[in-house]
Design a binder for this molecule. Structure first.
Ligand code: URA
Length: 200
């Protein structure tokens, strides 16, 4: 595709409300994922809360329900939030790198993520969070640095050019596979909660 046209198609700066962005994203077919999924999973939570969580992409349960993090990993995420006195509709807004389910729950390919990221970037601009938590390597590698390692970067604060504090941590699905990752994530979310209380 011609690069100039591609960039113009991705200019969402004229979209000034989350509702309008959601409507447009709902009609997106910028990559092949839309053909294989039931619908676009835009995101949910409290856009005023100042803390945004970013995962990888919808799985089968999310695809069915049209909501992010509602399967097993999502239930664990709710428990992690509860452990630090937080709740998804009150304290956070949750979105993903890609908004359509990759087949077989594979990680999104680079081109799929690149096609979808402008929706997320505009979502971030409109929500204007003070803190972003990147859940797992797909979010870390697509938002920070392609080669970044979650094992090295987790638990460390980064700061975006616009001053947003960013913390990568393990994806809740990784905790379901490896219980040894629970403690580091628990520690990360305590730091996140402490920072949240400072900036709210
Ligand atoms: N995993 C993700 O990364 N996002 C979801 O929405 C659900 C599971």
């Amino acid at each position: 595709m011609n690069k100039v046209i591609y960039e113009q198609e991705h200019d969402l700066s004229g979209i000034n409300s989350l509702a309008d962005l959601q409507k447009l994203a709902g009609a997106c077919s910028r990559c092949g994922l839309r053909q294989g999924c039931s619908g676009v999973v835009f995101g949910e939570g409290n856009p005023e809360a100042g803390l945004m969580l970013i995962g990888e992409g919808p799985g089968a349960d999310e695809d069915r329900q049209g909501r992010p993090f509602v399967g097993k990993a999502g239930q664990l995420l709710d428990k992690i939030l509860e452990a630090v006195d937080m709740e998804r509709f009150t304290h956070v807004y949750i979105a993903n790198v890609v908004k359509c389910r990759p087949p077989g729950n594979r990680a999104p390919q680079t081109g799929e993520a690149a096609a979808c990221l402008p929706w997320l970037y505009r979502q971030i601009e409109l929500i204007s969070p003070k803190i972003i938590v990147l859940l797992g390597s797909t979010a870390l590698q697509n938002l920070i640095e392609p080669g970044a390692k979650i094992t090295v970067m987790r638990g460390k604060w980064l700061v975006s050019k616009s001053g947003i504090k960013i913390m990568p941590t393990y994806h809740p699905a990784a905790l379901l596979r490896d219980a040894g990752k629970k403690r580091p994530v628990w520690e990360d979310f305590q730091k996140i909660r402490d920072e949240y209380l400072k900036v709210q």
